[in-house]
Design a protein around this ligand. Structure first.
Ligand code: GLC
Ligand code: CA
Length: 550
């Protein structure tokens, strides 16, 4: 019998290397820093680490703009450090997954620099086009994901190049078979080093079927209908599987914005990906209209999660990552029920069907940054771009724009890991500034304090991760949602006659349990409010969560 792949039983921990642990006091996290924290991660109970990019990069988009895929950014360490990380992790039964960013490269990648010359073999690695109106306007109306036109004119080339993201992130031309060859070389290089696979950045947008104008209003036409999950995209992933992944014990995790059930099914059924991130539940509390304040709607949120649970054979479950605000601030109560809501959210994330992803700091209940005084403090390229575009529309005040941007600000999740209550939260020994400020709440919220408290969020994560290993139903069991009234959510995980009931209260108020369950017997496997007996419970405490074996 074929052994169950690691990615089905393991939990993943995402590291944002710049903010995890600084080993040499320059205010920037690094690979030796990660190595020094491997025991913490082992003790936590995760078996796969996903590293956000550590490659050579000008860091315009914090590494999601790669200048050389086969070398390490000197600030983060050397290739020897990386080899050591892979090896030290393996010693602890932990495998490393790297970020594969191949929709685009950095404009400082040698391919792009070369490609500016029309007769260069690299010219066709990117989308170089003549602009409209005598080359004075972009070739089409697409807007970049970070706002503004998706094309930039380059003087040297005398042409425009496409960038779905920032202007320092030119899109690779996947129509050119050479690009696939190069990417296969990169993948093989890293797999040969002993990594376990890749998290593939915006992987459902890589194939631009045409460069025609996008539908809709000029300022909002993204052109997405021309490059989202096109047939060519599926074929490329399938080819990677045939050429490489079918022959290796490795994992492919896709980042797939706007994915639907149908394409999701194809990704999995045709081995294009082992799992993928959907983003529907991340949109629930966002408002793209600056006049409508964002508000979290738990019912909608859970409906979306249930939908994916019931329509996708294997999910990549997450509530946080480096592009999202902190989950307790968004979906829980960061003040009165910080601990309870943090544990409730953990219960949700780790009892769903699929592979759970924990983002650094989530396990100790880290929160969003207080709003910066001025936009100049933002490091996130997405925010600075939006700010400049919005400022162009004179109708909005600066304060107003800042408020709007705050909900999208990706710096919230990127502040240094809070290890203890010493200066810089134990992240760095620098006398100067850390690259992003440490959240001022680090004296109350830090890993050391959490480790000393048996009732902490961290302690709860450890129990959950252990439970996931002990209760097979949490991994292989089916998922069945139960119809309940907001704010109570309940579902089953069932396997071979075993039945686990998960109960969640998504509010800061007491709530009634579904009648059918009041009075039923069950063994409480885990509770975030110290409940040991489930019998005759009909009221749930604020943000209560429990896993019950019926
Ligand atoms: C992904 C990354 C994000 C980056 C973008 C462009 O969404 O997670 O951080 O800005 O791709 O590479
Ligand atoms: Ca450092």
């Amino acid at each position: 019998m074929k052994q169950k792949p690691l990615w089905r039983s393991a939990s993943v921990y995402q590291i944002y290397p710049r903010s995890f642990q600084d080993s040499n006091g320059d205010g920037v996290g690094d690979i030796p820093g990660i190595i020094s924290r491997l025991d913490y991660l082992k003790d936590l109970g995760v078996e796969i680490l996903w590293l956000s990019p550590v490659y050579q990069s000008p860091l315009d988009d914090m590494g999601y703009d790669v200048a050389d895929y086969m070398s390490i950014l000197p600030e983060y360490g050397t290739m020897e450090d990386m080899d050591r990380l892979i090896e030290e992790a393996k010693k602890r039964n932990i495998r490393i997954v790297m970020d594969l960013v191949v929709n685009h490269t950095s404009d400082e990648h040698k391919w792009f620099i070369e490609s500016k010359k029309k007769d260069s073999p690299y010219h066709d690695y990117y989308y170089w086009r003549e602009g409209k109106k005598n080359n004075t306007l972009p070739p089409n109306n697409w807007t970049s994901m970070f706002t503004g036109p998706a094309w930039t004119f380059d003087k040297e080339a005398g042409l425009w190049y496409l960038h779905i993201y920032g202007e320092k992130q030119p899109d690779l031309n996947w129509h050119n078979p050479k690009v696939l060859e190069e990417v296969e070389k990169i993948i093989t290089f890293w797999l040969d080093k002993g990594i376990y696979g890749f998290r593939c950045d915006v992987i459902n947008q890589i194939y631009k079927e045409s460069l025609e104008d996008g539908k809709g209003h000029a300022a909002s036409a993204r052109g997405i209908e021309h490059y989202l999950m096109k047939e060519g995209n599926h074929q490329i992933l399938r080819k990677l599987y045939d050429d490489i992944f079918s022959k290796r014990d490795a994992v492919m995790i896709g980042e797939t914005f706007d994915v639907d059930y149908e394409n999701g099914r194809r990704f999995l059924d045709e081995h294009e990906l082992d799992m993928f991130f959907q983003f529907d539940h991340m949109g629930v509390d966002k408002s793209y209209n600056p006049l409508v304040p964002p508000r979290f709607k738990p019912k909608k949120f859970m409906e979306i999660i249930y939908g994916w649970q019931e329509n996708c054979a294997w999910n990549a479950n997450y509530l946080e990552n480096h592009d999202q605000r902190r989950s307790i601030t968004r979906f829980g109560d960061p003040k009165k029920y910080w601990k309870e809501s943090g544990k409730m959210l953990a219960t949700l994330n780790l009892t769903l069907h699929g592979t759970p992803f924990i983002y650094q700091g989530e396990e100790i209940g880290m929160l969003d940054l207080p709003r910066p005084e001025t936009y100049e403090e933002y490091k996130d390229v997405c925010c600075t771009r939006i700010f400049h575009v919005a400022k162009g529309y004179k109708i909005f005040s600066k304060r107003f724009i800042e408020k709007f941007i705050n909900q999208l600000n990706r710096d919230h999740a990127r502040t240094p890991m809070q290890w203890d209550d010493s200066p810089n939260a134990g992240f760095s020994s620098t006398q100067g500034q850390t690259w992003l400020p440490v959240n001022p709440n680090f004296k109350e919220i830090n890993a050391k304090k959490e480790a000393e408290d048996p009732d902490s969020i961290l302690a709860y994560y450890k129990k959950l991760l252990r439970l996931r290993k002990e209760e097979e139903a949490l991994i292989d069991g089916t998922f069945e949602s139960i119809k309940t009234k907001h704010p109570v959510y309940q579902y089953f995980r069932k396997l071979d006659g075993q039945c686990l009931l998960i109960v969640l209260n998504f509010s800061g108020k007491e709530a009634s349990l579904e009648k059918d369950f009041a009075g039923r017997k069950g063994k409480v496997l885990l509770s975030n409010v110290g409940r040991t007996d489930f019998e005759f419970v009909n009221k749930l405490k604020p943000f209560e969560a429990a896993i019950i074996k019926l």
